[in-house]
Write a protein that binds this ligand. Structure first.
Ligand code: MRU
Length: 344
């Protein structure tokens, strides 16, 4: 069984409420663009490609629910919503990429209001479908890097829930298993939102793929014990230099992997690459202190104590053995491989 994170159905967007997993499978029907924006902010839907698709569908809902009589009015509404979307989660670039892609499409629509609506909805659907196809290809290429009997470490959630379907790093593991390879997956719990413990463990359990959850601070120990021989993670933004911005903790895993000579692989679609922004311009999302102060409903940090809660970190290219994309595997030097794949 696999759960699709987001779906467009009869002019509504259905998402699975990821905050309720693993205890409960609860779907949210988003009828308005505002509800979908709220879901992105609250992380009811999360994961770089999934929020890219959610942003595209937010604009589709904006277009379809509009009562604008003129083209000018509709374009204004879509641009306003695009601005709101861009202020939800700042780090994962897929959201910005999807919004800009739709804004670019409507720039070229000559026809009346209904033609703009059709263009936005069909582009949003295309973005979602392309993500599934990209993940399948990432899976196919990445599975070549997995051998029968591998013990793989992964971080956060990069599966069907983090994408539109199938997954990036988890998609690779899925593809390898579909090819008949036996693997064991170690999953970091991924404090503070626990995407590894709650979501990745659930996806692997559904697929009957052997899984062991560890706390984030056990990573060095399991590597030192020889329990891990490969690492696959996803990405929220990859710079032209090959720097990988991903869930907080990724950098620490990459450093430990390098010390223990364990290959560290990153999986991401080309929609996750940001060829414009320099490392100093990247905005690392800082989330509410309550996420760290509480574990579930239990306060674990005394009231009044300072808390720092960055959601992402940056792994330098020298710690990355390869990046797997839907266009193939990029090998070091990553900056040159990126130039080549994007024909820069
Ligand atoms: O804060 P999240 O849960 O949206 O962060 C998700 C991650 O960091 C994933 O590792 C990343 O988006 C890759 S998902 C295919």
């Amino acid at each position: 069984m696999r759960i699709r994170s987001i779906e467009w159905k009869k002019n509504k967007v259905i998402i699975i409420n990821q905050l309720k997993l693993p205890e409960k499978i609860e779907y949210i029907e988003c009828i308005t663009p505002e509800r979908l924006i709220e879901a992105i902010k609250k992380m009811e839907i999360r994961g770089a490609p999934a929020i890219g698709a959610a942003a595209a569908y937010t604009l589709a809902l904006t277009a379809i629910k509009n009562r604008s009589k003129t083209k000018k009015e509709l374009l204004k509404k879509i641009h306003e919503m695009a601005g709101k979307l861009k202020s939800t989660r700042p780090t994962a670039v897929n959201l910005f990429w999807a919004v800009d892609r739709i804004l670019k499409i409507i720039e070229h629509v000559e026809g009346p209001v209904n033609e703009i609506v059709t263009a936005v909805v069909s582009e949003a659907m295309k973005i979602a479908e392309e993500d599934v196809k990209a993940n399948k290809l990432i899976g196919k290429y990445g599975a070549e890097l997995i051998s029968d009997g591998d013990n793989i470490l992964t971080h956060c959630n990069t599966g069907a829930l983090a994408t539109v379907d199938y997954g990036t790093a988890l998609g690779i593991i899925r593809a390898a298993v579909e090819e008949g390879k036996r693997v064991h997956v170690y999953v970091t719990e991924t404090r503070p939102k626990l995407q590894g413990a709650r979501l990745t463990a659930l996806e692997l359990k559904y697929e009957n793929i052997p899984v062991t959850v560890i706390c984030d601070n056990m990573v060095g120990y399991v590597m030192q014990k020889g329990l891990i021989n490969k690492i696959f993670v996803g990405a929220d933004r990859i710079l032209r230099t090959g720097h990988v911005i991903n869930k907080i903790g990724t950098y620490t895993i990459a450093i430990s992997a390098s010390y223990h000579n364990i290959p560290f692989y990153v999986a991401a679609p080309t929609s996750t690459f940001d060829l414009e922004t320099s490392i100093n311009q990247v905005k690392i999302e800082e989330r509410p202190s309550e996420e760290v102060a509480f574990c579930g409903n239990v306060r674990i940090v005394p009231e009044g104590v300072n808390i720092f809660n960055p959601a992402f970190d940056i792994t330098p290219p020298e710690l990355v053995n390869a990046i797997i994309t839907e266009k193939g595997i990029l090998e070091p030097p990553l900056d040159r491989a990126i130039v080549k794949i994007f024909n820069l």
